[in-house]
Design a binder for this molecule. Structure first.
Ligand code: GRF
Length: 191
């Protein structure tokens, strides 16, 4: 099963997916990395792993429809079956969503529908909730609003620092995302 990972940041979730594949826990290949920040760290990681990369600067395009149409071309050329968003900090528009609806998922560092959008970890700490976590969900046109596929809890106490919560959430993400992808793709193959 051919996956495209979309990431704009450090790429620790991209890495976790590659590790799961290398350890035989995820029966897929990352055939493409899509990155909207040409200097992102994840691009170095992709180079080391030999993952073909489409990196682009949105400012070079007149509007979202134009770069999304280009992305769709690249995805179709690479015969991508699933899109895995992992820190791609952009709303997906109709041009990209329409051909991949139901085959595009995202991971978010809170228990949705709590704390959608930017800095979910900061939002949780600020609100003082004692339970947060990680959500994997289908992508729709909204901001972190698609149907929920999997969630896992992370506990917070009065002493929990931001760094500790980030670490705990990342640890859960790195396990939950590959596991959830494996479940989804094996379901697809048996139907
Ligand atoms: C993760 O926390 C994910 O939940 C959010 O963006 C972050 C990406 O981190 N959508 P990384 O680049 O995979 O380390």
């Amino acid at each position: 099963v051919k996956l495209a990972v979309f990431a704009s940041g450090t790429g620790s979730n991209y890495d976790a997916i590659i590790q799961a594949i290398n350890h035989g826990k995820l029966d897929a290949e990352v055939s493409l990395l899509v990155c909207d920040k040409p200097n992102a760290k994840v691009i170095d990681k992709a180079r080391q792993n030999g993952t073909p990369t489409f990196a682009f600067d949105p400012k070079q395009y007149s509007k979202k429809e134009v770069f999304e149409a280009k992305i769709v071309d690249v995805l179709q050329e690479a015969k991508i079956e699933w899109i895995i968003l992992a820190g791609y900090m952009r709303l997906i528009g109709h041009t990209l969503l329409q051909p991949f609806e139901g085959k595009m998922i995202n991971i978010h560092p809170s228990l949705l529908p709590s704390f959608p959008g930017l800095d979910a970890i900061g939002q949780a700490l600020e609100t003082g909730v004692k339970v947060s976590g990680v959500t994997v969900h289908y992508v729709d046109a909204g901001m972190d609003t698609g149907n929920i596929i999997a969630q896992e809890v992370v506990y917070i106490n009065d002493e929990t620092t931001r760094e500790e919560l980030e670490q705990a959430i990342h640890k859960v993400e790195h396990k939950l995302y590959p596991e959830t992808i494996q479940k989804l793709i094996s379901r697809g193959e048996s139907s």
